[in-house]
Write a protein that binds this ligand. Structure first.
Ligand SMILES: [Zn+2]
Length: 264
């Protein structure tokens, strides 16, 4: 079990507790001790130092707005998020100028625009050109990409199963694992539960924590099982039943839409 709490601006007291208790209530447990990213800064820093020692990082002084403006050329869906390489070849004098202006730099990895391909267990082959992405933000926080690659290796994660919204991150993470000479996990990206507006289900769609709902944990688990084709209407299968029925290749490829009046 890993608590991804690096973004301190988004951490609220009590949330970790509530999420873990929701997981326990629906019958999900975990092996080994709980790992909190906020307590593993030295491990991430050590990985960043290794990349830097190999000459694979450079400082980037761009603001988000500058990157958006420079990346306006229409080439692919994630074009707005791709880094155009502005700071890749800055001279020492240019860097000094930015430093003098008081702009703290982020650190980016030199991807050499490499193409990374992998076989997703559900989505099939995914191939993408990786940009020079951030490994340390300009406030000193390690990036999500860097932290999960270090943690996946440390926690000996062989197969990453996660929401389809993170499929785009996998080529970056595979590249980082290679640059850090860490083992590469395999991937399965599963369809999300969406809100009525077609966006990823979130707090703004109404009460979505188990404790905010009138139903019991068994009903919620049964609803989730039905959306995965693992249970029939009106049936309340146990966790053991669900494990026995689980076949990764039979998982749906389409998202499930949830609304506040969805009967579970
Ligand atoms: Zn830059």
């Amino acid at each position: 079990m890993r608590v991804e709490d690096l973004d301190r601006s988004r951490v609220r007291p009590g949330i970790e507790e509530a999420q873990l208790s929701d997981l326990r209530a629906i019958g999900l447990g975990w092996d080994g001790p709980l790992v909190r990213q906020s307590e593993r800064m030295e491990l991430y820093e050590e990985a960043i130092e290794r990349l830097d020692a190999d000459g694979l990082l450079y400082p980037c002084y761009c603001t988000r707005a500058e990157i958006r403006a420079a990346a306006s050329a229409p080439h692919g869906i994630s074009a707005a998020d791709r880094y155009p390489g502005t700071c890749r070849e800055l001279t020492a004098a240019q860097r000094a100028e930015h430093e003098a202006a008081g702009r703290p730099p982020a650190l980016r990895v030199r991807s050499e625009d490499v193409r990374i391909a992998f076989e997703d267990r559900l989505l099939g082959r995914i191939e993408e050109e990786v940009d020079d992405f951030v490994v340390r933000r300009n406030d000193g926080t390690p990036s999500y990409q860097l932290a999960v690659v270090v943690d996946d290796a440390r926690q000996e994660i062989g197969e990453v199963v996660r929401g389809a919204d993170l499929a785009d991150s996998s080529p970056r993470q595979i590249l980082l694992a290679r640059l850090l000479r860490l083992p590469e996990p395999t991937y399965a990206h599963v369809p999300l539960v969406l809100g009525p507006d077609g966006q990823r289900l979130a707090k703004r769609h109404g009460a979505v924590a188990l404790s905010d709902r009138g139903e019991g944990a068994d009903e919620v688990r049964s609803w989730m099982a039905r959306t995965l084709g693992l249970a029939k209407a009106g049936e309340t299968p146990s966790m053991e039943d669900l494990i026995a029925r689980f076949e990764p290749h039979r998982l749906p490829r389409e998202p499930t839409v949830w609304s506040p009046d969805t009967a579970v």
